[in-house]
Design a protein around this ligand. Sequence first.
Ligand SMILES: NC(=[NH2+])NCCC[C@H](N)C(=O)O
Length: 287
Amino acid sequence: MSTPETATITASTRTAHHRRYLMCRPDHFTVDYRINPWMDPAAPTDTAKAIAQWQKLYDLYRELGHDVELIEPLPGYPDMVYTANGGFTIDGRAYIPEFYYEQRRGESPAFAEWFRSHGFDTVLPTEVNEGEGDFLLAGDVILAGTGFRSAGDSHREVHEVFGREVVTLTLVDPRFYHLDTALTILDPVVAPGERAGIAYLPNAFDEASRKILAERFPDAILVADEDGAVFGLNSASDGYNVIIPPRATGFEKQLRERGYNPIMVDLSELLLGGGGIKCCTLELRGA
Ligand SMILES: NC(=[NH2+])NCCC[C@H](N)C(=O)O
């Protein structure tokens, strides 16, 4: 016989996994050029507000028990706060970015140096690629975005560097110019052979890519355009806690239904640069 209380409790099968992240304090944050549709150099930005919002994300990761490393922000590189573009790491090896736009190219040597001095086997690229902005690890497989930033040839290169299967996905909406703006990995750690939970915005992808996603991830969360439009997919998950922007209310509900624990963090100021929670967070795997 179940009491009314026990009848309403659904035990979550989700597990939070310890994460190690790299972040960069937005000390020099501003918008003085436009390399994505969110950026408007004519609109005012508030660096103090960007720092305060970023600090909340940093503090939350620490409260959740994660390790957060920091890289020194470089003056003149306002986009360096988006550390997801600073590399892509698996098993202690770091693949360094080669930025598409000239404005960010000076960040690469700083990231390369950071990885070298922190014991990573550091691989310099020959192809244009923007790190974890476009490469996401789903179980054993690397999901790789192209269409706006990372070149198709970088998908071959990332395969050579890590020896993993790489699945190319083509982005078609300029608002969602990096893979991490249109797709979230919900389960950063899965048992061998098990499928990672993901969420994505179908309309951000071309038809062929939507088909691949539907075949490979039949149980994925499909996110509505309204939630995508507020950068809802630019989220970070430890397997249980999923950090999402506050206006992604439909996505919040979907996550709860699946047993995840969505936590809202507002990075509205950093969205003026076209970045959100995931953009400010680089996974450090191994080393
Ligand atoms: N991982 C990301 N989506 N990063 C956002 C990068 C934003 C930056 N202003 C750019 O356009 O490059």
